[in-house]
Structures are given as C-alpha cells and as structure tokens.
Write a protein that binds this ligand. Structure first.
Ligand SMILES: O=P(O)(O)OC[C@H]1O[C@H](OP(=O)(O)OP(=O)(O)O)[C@H](O)[C@@H]1O
Ligand SMILES: O=c1cc[nH]c(=O)[nH]1
Ligand SMILES: [Mg+2]
Length: 207
C-alpha cells in the first residue's frame, strides 16, 4: 500500500527542494521538516493506551503510546537526515543504519555497513530513504531488516518513481510505503524525473 501525503505544507516544501537554486542549508532543513510531516502520517496507526493521571484541574485517563517499541533505520547516506529529524518526535526509538550506495553503471546497490538494534524483531521499523528510484536499495535494505527478524516495516521516502514502488510491491508486499510524491519515471541514468537530483549530494554538498 502506498500513501501519498498530499498536504499543502508537504507539497510546498517539496517544490522548494526540487528547485535547483535551493542550496545545501535550505535543502537539508527542508528534508528534516518534510520528514517530520511524513512521520506524522506514517505513525498515524501507532497504538495508545490510557494513562491515569491528574491535570491541575482533575484526574482522568489520557492516551500515551503503547504497543511495540519503535526503530528508525536510515539508509546511508541520504536517509540519515530523515531518521535524525524523526528521532526528535520519538526520542525513545532506537536508530539503525544500513550503508548502501548505488553503482552508477549497473544501478545495483552495494552494501558497505549494517548496524541494527539487537531487538529489532520486537520493534516497529520505519525505514528512511528520501529517494525510491529503481527500488534496488530499499528492497535490499528491507531484506536485511527481515533477515535480522523485523516483521513490521514501513518505508518512508520523500520522492518515489513508479518503477521503485513496483519493485517493493513485488519483493515485499507486506511493506507499506509513505511518500510525499510519486513522479513520472526514471531517466536513462536511473534518476527520478522530474525529481530533485541526487539527494545525498544536495544534503551533504558533495558531487
Ligand atoms: O532506488 P535506487 O535506484 O536504489 O536508488 C535510490 C538510492 O540512491 C540514493 O543513494 P546513493 O546511491 O546516491 O547514495 P548516497 O545516499 O550515499 O548518496 C538514494 O539515497 C537511495 O538510497
Ligand atoms: O533521482 C535520484 C535517484 C536516485 N538517487 C537520488 O538521489 N536521486
Ligand atoms: Mg547519492
């Protein structure tokens, strides 16, 4: 299932990120802000339970988060900005890292790092990567989460191509996807069109 967050704030921030004139500082800030807005939607179904407490006025039962604990897992590099921003919303979440880069010739993901919470099997996992292009990186990352025992995984991306969504639906039909927009297609180099360019390079100012 794919959820496209069509809220005007999300769309506005995304359009500024797309603009080639937007510099590193603003791009990074917007990526963080958008991640919070996407998280608001992605975490809509978190469980709550009533907590008995007393306000300054009277006693009552009030909802607090319950159920499975959370894990945020970032696909490095670009997904890091999303997880770092989201952890401010859910400070008790553990954070994992999966290092992948996409080979520019083959477009295949190359793994270089993997560090996940040891109790990931018991946690609800939110996997972050701003770009879902061919879907190769996200599919491999989801497989490594499953190999580590994760059973509840949601993929959060800022932009997706239809091709990438199709790959996740084929490889991991149990994984829901939350995105700000689904663009037209990929170009010959595997970039999302119209897209926003190379997310990692724009976040970190590399080339
Ligand atoms: O869906 P795919 O075709 O696999 O492409 C998407 C991947 O490409 C980008 O990472 P990149 O390889 O540029 O690494 P970086 O984040 O370190 O820049 C992006 O952040 C995704 O991880
Ligand atoms: O458009 C794209 C595709 C893959 N990775 C990016 O950063 N951008
Ligand atoms: Mg990159």
């Amino acid at each position: 299932m794919v959820t496209v967050v069509s809220h005007p704030l999300v769309q506005h921030k995304l359009s500024i990120m797309r603009d080639e004139r937007t510099g590193v500082k603003e791009f990074r800030e917007l990526a963080g802000e958008l991640s919070l807005l996407l998280a608001y939607e992605a975490m809509r179904d978190l469980e709550t339970e009533p907590l008995r407490l007393r306000t300054p006025i009277q006693e009552g039962d009030f909802p607090v988060l319950s159920g499975r604990k959370l894990a945020l897992v970032a696909i490095l590099r670009a997904g890091l900005i999303m997880a770092e921003s989201m952890v401010t919303l859910v400070p008790a979440a553990k954070v994992g890292h999966i290092g992948l880069y996409r080979d520019p010739q083959t477009l295949q993901p190359v793994a270089y790092y993997n560090k996940l919470p040891s109790d990931i099997a018991e946690r609800r996992v939110f996997l972050t990567d701003p770009m879902l292009a061919t879907g190769g990186s996200a599919s491999v990352a989801i497989q490594s989460l499953k190999d580590a025992g994760a059973t509840s995984i949601k993929l959060m991306s800022i932009l997706a191509a239809p091709e990438g969504i199709a790959v996740i639906e084929r490889d991991h039909p149990d994984v829901n996807i939350v995105v700000a927009a689904v663009d037209e297609q990929l170009n010959a180099h595997g970039y999302i069109v119209p897209g926003l360019g190379d997310a990692g390079d724009r976040i970190y100012g590399t080339k």
